[in-house]
Design a binder for this molecule. Sequence first.
Ligand code: SAH
Length: 215
Amino acid sequence: MSHDFKLARERMVKNQLASRGVADEGVLQAMGKTPRHLFISEALAGEAYNDHPVPIGEKQTISQPYIVALMTEALELKGKENTLEIGTGSGYQTAILAELSSRVYTVERIKSLLVDARKLLAQLGYSNVLFKAFDGTLGWKEYAPFDAIMVTAGAPGLPEPLIDQLADNGRMIIPIGDRYTQELIKVTKKGEHIEQESFGGCRFVNLIGIHGWKD
Ligand code: SAH
């Protein structure tokens, strides 16, 4: 069984990521070794390496592998970063960030998801992740500034606290749009200014909070 998952994972990296232009070796390696099927309920584990998002309970989803790769690559992680993630969900994206950063600070508003993700990541041996059940649109002030920020839920606009907590030359990737479709926006902080670049269309669950959707 685990052999089947390994094969499915290798195919995913080749056919969904590398062939679509994901070139960052670190990202391909991290996704090539992380057991994505463990982040999904057993009933749906067979879909773990398919080319689509999968439900993880609480009306939330684990992102499609290609979107995880695209967003991670956009952060240009070299291994020394303090990285903030908003929307822990299953913890799969957290694991990928933890492979490529020095430390990951992850925030999730639904406590039960956070508890499960924390448990699984501990079992898998990750010791460089800090978790918090909170409204992530407020960031995590105590540990700011962050070299990289990833938001894995769709926002109506750029949350001001996250821009404030981004380090100089820091990168943030965030889906911005309406409740149903968004555009992946990469924000780079340059002194007092920010640069924005689009990474294409996407569809995420809503970012709910003070600087997000109201509910
Ligand atoms: N990265 C996740 C995807 C999770 S889906 C994974 O790999 O599984 C998006 C998550 O964002 C959901 O779990 C949702 O509860 C969470 N979320 C939405 N608004 C939030 C907020 N303001 N702060 C923290 N988490 C939030």
